[in-house]
Write a protein that binds this ligand. Structure first.
Ligand SMILES: Nc1ncnc2c1ncn2[C@@H]1O[C@H](COP(=O)(O)OP(=O)(O)OP(=O)(O)O)[C@@H](O)[C@H]1O
Length: 245
């Protein structure tokens, strides 16, 4: 049995001939961990997340989710793997405005053509604090509540890994804290794995581990750090390298 939820080995991603978004990234993301990925704009964070989640294909190197190596899979198998093992939360909540909260959360079942477990859907909505909003439309909810619907939708398939790309990017500080606390609880209470890209040191401080990317390479990491320590590491990444005299 794999002890990692996700494993990247020597992963590169080159767009066209010249844009080296990832330049040989090797890292294990353990099961039941909360990992944040930080780095300057253009450092490869989203590319990292997309390759780790099987949304994008590396140019070279391997990605495993659990014991399964993604490069060995065809597009249909990848779609099934993402559906069964991964949940996704993005900055834009990507809810369907005409559907109720419950129907938005039921979408993964509809897309998979499987029978929804209504009791479980109700329980997940309760967990994200929206048990009393099940019949509302997204437009009747605050931004934070909408993101909690998106998290419920990501959790309803009981994924092994939740991939979150700037999940608090569109939220105010207080609402962001609620969403991050929820992600933290997911890890603590269910042992699911969360991987989150963020620009925000405060958001990253909810994670157990923060990975720092610069120019497509993993250049640093910290464990259990607070927002100030994380911000300092980020600042250090932005400093120009010393020029030899
Ligand atoms: N589909 C694409 N085609 C060409 N270049 C791309 C593509 N996607 C990303 N890139 C380039 O790859 C590099 C890494 O991009 P990526 O979006 O992963 O960085 P990021 O750290 O997530 O950036 P940001 O913080 O600004 O969202 C950038 O130079 C970007 O322009």
């Amino acid at each position: 049995m794999a002890t990692h939820a996700v494993r990247l080995n020597a992963v590169t991603k080159t767009y066209g001939r010249k844009v080296h978004a990832l330049r040989g990234v090797t890292v294990d993301l353990p099961q039941g961990g909360f990992t944040a990925v930080m780095g300057p704009s253009g450092s490869g964070k989203s590319t990292f997340l997309h390759c780790a989640a099987g949304l994008d294909t590396p140019t070279s190197g391997t990605v495993h989710i659990g014991d399964v190596e993604l490069s060995r899979m065809n597009e249909t198998q990848l779609t099934e793997l993402r559906r069964d093992k991964a949940g996704f939360v993005f900055q834009a909540f990507n809810l369907i405005p005409s559907l109720t909260v419950t129907d938005n959360v039921l979408l993964p079942f509809r897309l998979a053509g499987t029978r929804p477990d209504h009791a479980w859907v109700a329980e997940v909505l309760g967990r994200v604090g929206l048990g009393d909003r099940a019949g509302h439309r997204p437009s009747q909810l605050s931004g934070g509540q909408q993101q909690r619907v998106a998290i419920a939708r990501a959790l309803v398939t009981r994924p092994e890994v939740v991939f979150a790309d700037e999940p608090t990017g569109a939220l105010d500080t207080q609402t962001a804290a609620e969403v991050l606390t929820l992600l933290r609880q997911v890890v603590n209470s269910t042992g699911q794995t969360v991987v989150m890209v963020t620009h925000d040191p405060l958001a990253a401080s909810y994670a157990d581990r923060v990975l720092f990317l610069a120019q497509g390479m993993l250049v640093d990491e910290v464990y259990g750090a607070g927002p100030n320590a994380i911000a300092q590491r980020m600042t250090a990444l932005g400093r120009p390298r010393a020029v030899p005299c």
